[in-house]
Each structure stands twice: as C-alpha cells, then as structure tokens.
Ligand binder design. Structure first.
Ligand code: GLY
Ligand code: MN
Ligand code: MN
Length: 429
C-alpha cells in the first residue's frame, strides 16, 4: 500500500453506522469496481469503488463485501470474498491480500476466496428476508457504463426472486456526509500534503513558467508524501484560462502580470482534498486583481462563517448569493436595477459566479451527503466562491475544506497562503 495503513477501527465504525440503519434480518452486498480496459492488453489504473472502501478498506479488485448483522452464525455477519492468492499468483500479479492482512486493514474476520462465493452467499441469502443492493444515486452522476455492482445486482435478482430488495444508497448518503474522528485524521493528512504542494509551487512560480511544469511540481510533492496523486484532474489555468471552469489542458505559458488559478488537491488513503488558490505569476497583484480578489475573499470568509450546525444547505447558498450580490454591486459589475428585476431561479450574480459554493467532501471529491437535513457537526464541505470576468481575462476562485464543529469550524487547508499580503510575502521570500 502506498499510504500508511489506516486504523481498522475507522471501517469498523463505518460499518456500525451502516448496519444500524438496515431493516431487520437483511443483508447488503458491495462489490469492487471493474478494471476498465483501454485497448490491446492495456487497462486504466484500478480505482476502487468508494462504498466498499468506506465500509471495509478493501482496496483491491474483484473484492465482495457482504454485511448481514442479524446472521445466526456470528462468522457470517461480516464477510469479505477476495481474489485468491498463492505463490504462483504472487509471482505474476504481485501480492494480493491475505486473510491476515485483510483483517488488519478492515477488522473483518471472515474471508473466503471468490471460488466460494456462490455457496457461502446462498447460505447467507436463504436466512435473510431482504437484500440491500447498491447503485449510484448521486444527483450529478451521469453513468453510461455497466459496473461490476450492476452485474451482481442482476445476478442476485435472477437467483433470489422471492426476496425483498432495498437500496443501500439512501443509508450511505445519510452516513457518509458526517465524518468520524478517524476519517477526519485521514482528511487532515490529505490536506497537509496538499499544503506542501502549494508551498512548493509558490516558490516555483515565475514569468514564463508553463502550467504543466507547475502540475509536475505538485505531483512530485504529492508522491514523495505517499499520496497516489491528484484527488481529481487538476486545473492550472493562467490568465483567461481561469474562465473555463473545467480547464484541464494545463498547457499554456504563464505570463508576467497574469494570475494563475490552481484547483488542485491530493488524495491520501483514498480520502480527498480540494483546494483553489489564485497567485500572481510575478509575485504581485495589480490594483484591479487585488480589488476582485478581495471581493471573492470576503464572500469566501463570510460563507465559512455561515456554515454552522443547523443551517440548511439551500438557505446557506442563498445567503452566500446575497453576499456575492453585494460585492458585484460594489465592483460595478451588476446594477441595482438588474438585481431588482432578477429571475429568482437565476439571480443577477450568476453572470459572474455560476457554480455552487459548497459540496460535501470525503472519499469522493463530490462526496455523498444529504441536502435535506440541517448541517451537523462532523460534516466536511468545500467553500469555493468565485468571480469570473472573461472580458478582463480575470477569473478568481478561493476554495478551502471546512469541517463543521459544534462551535463553528475547522479549516483543513487554511495554511495555504490566502490573503493578498500572505501570498505576496510568501512569494517574495
Ligand atoms: N475540484 C472540483 C471542485 O472544486 O468541485
Ligand atoms: Mn476544487
Ligand atoms: Mn470543490
């Protein structure tokens, strides 16, 4: 494993949260993702499904997790089925999990090889009344590909037609949004690595540097700190490229006088960090850049203050919209008349700030979590307002990762220089 092994208690606690919300006498099944072929004998790097990771840490292809908390046999309450390993397989494919390793990782005692799956699963299923199947109910998901889990769901429905079926996703959306102390420790580590990456590139910035050179510096820092790399495709956008919200080419030269927008975060132990900063190529903000930057910073800080236990995310977003409206009025980018006549479904500020302010963060960058319940202690959100002015070649976003606490918040990524003064001072060193 690239990362230091996580505390298995993390997964024990996650499973407890999940199984406590199952109906009586039910089992739930989770599979690995497929390894996706590219062409010839090539394939993409393996990326484990976040639900089996969340519940077991089984970061290996072809794994199957079955949870059956009311199983009569204690040994069948939590079972992992794994790809078989032996000395010959180890020579060709490298080491796969042994029973002992997987217990140390997940805290799960019962492990079978995959060849035993149908027999053991049948014993479990005939003693269960209902089966929870997994899917993808993320509101923004657009999936055209059939997943390993989908094929498993089809197989189960064919073989166990008389069972009742339930969805695991509503439970996962309820519990994954609120992090445990152990999860927060891993997220702090992902944040620490990200902070190191930003401090490294701040020293590397100079007129004429290429966006991909900055990307390489981040990658270097992440890998030497046991991250497997970027938590998501990084955006390194100089000048007007910052106005393309999903600019991922990173292939332009950074010009004297421009700002560079970095939306870059490290993963660690499969948890993510998601940060945006804007830095001047030559180490000094111009007057206009400072003016717009400080407007975004005020909205960002105001939003962090609003993100407290009890607030509903829709109300929070509306309040941040009001803060942004005030700033855009002061900048003269929108008029009072436009605000008075705005369409509530697409307020005037949306012309310059067209994306959301916050999303849940966790194993997935756009993590699971409910929008219908009030914000609670332990939830982790990004806060990322921006102002985008293509006609001026200026696009600014500031993004930090915020843990909601009882009294307010913990900012995981605050140590990355953020005010104009902090940035200029750091770059001048
Ligand atoms: N980096 C993806 C996002 O900010 O949502
Ligand atoms: Mn981001
Ligand atoms: Mn984000």
């Amino acid at each position: 494993m690239r990362y230091h092994q996580l505390n298995s208690q993390l997964f024990v606690e996650n499973r407890k949260k999940f199984t406590s919300l199952l109906k009586r006498n039910s089992l739930a099944i989770f599979t690995s993702n497929d390894i996706y072929p590219s062409s010839a004998d090539g394939h993409l790097p393996f990326k484990q499904h976040s639900d089996i990771l969340y519940l077991s840490g089984a970061d290996q292809e072809e794994s199957i997790l079955v949870l059956f908390p009311d199983a009569h046999k204690e040994s069948l309450r939590e079972v992992l089925f794994l790809k078989e390993t032996n000395e010959l397989i180890a020579v060709w494919e490298g080491a796969k999990f042994s029973e002992e390793q997987v217990f140390n990782i997940s805290g799960i005692k019962t492990v079978f090889w995959l060849s035993e799956f149908e027999r053991v699963f049948n014993e479990m299923a005939i003693n269960a009344e209902r089966i929870y199947l997994n899917g993808n109910e993320h509101t923004r998901a657009r999936v055209e590909t059939e997943l390993r889990q989908d094929r498993m769901n089809t197989w189960i429905k064919e073989h166990y037609q008389a069972h009742e079926f339930e969805r695991s996703q509503p439970i996962l959306h309820r519990i994954r949004g609120t992090k445990t102390m152990l999860e927060l420790e891993v997220m702090r580590k992902a944040a620490e690595i990200t902070i190191k990456g930003y401090k490294r590139i701040l020293k590397f910035m100079k007129p004429g540097v290429w966006e991909y050179e900055l990307e390489a510096e981040f990658m270097h820092e992440f890998l030497i700190n046991r991250s497997r790399g970027f938590a998501y495709t990084p955006i390194i956008a100089s000048g007007n490229n910052a106005n393309v919200l999903h600019y991922i080419e990173n292939n332009d030269q950074c010009k004297d006088g421009d700002l560079v927008l970095f939306d870059v975060g490290a993963e660690y132990g499969n948890y993510t960090c998601d940060v945006t900063r804007c830095f001047p190529v030559n180490g000094k903000f111009t007057k206009r850049q400072t003016e717009v930057y400080n407007a975004v910073l005020r909205v960002h800080e105001g939003a962090i203050t609003l993100l407290r236990p009890g607030i509903l995310l829709d109300d929070y977003h509306n309040k941040v919209g009001d803060l942004m409206t005030d700033e855009l009025l002061k900048l003269g980018l929108i008029t009072k008349n436009q605000v008075a006549n705005e369409d509530p479904a697409w307020p005037a500020y949306k012309k310059y700030f067209m994306h959301g302010t916050s999303h849940y963060l966790g194993i997935d960058v756009h993590d699971y979590g409910l929008w219908t319940i009030p914000v609670e202690e332990g939830m982790v959100f990004t806060v990322e307002p921006g102002i985008y002015i293509p006609e001026e070649g200026l696009g600014i976003r500031i993004e930090d990762d915020i843990v909601v606490t009882k009294e307010g918040h913990e900012n995981l990524t605050r140590d990355i220089p953020k005010t104009v003064e902090e940035i200029e001072t750091f770059m001048a060193q």
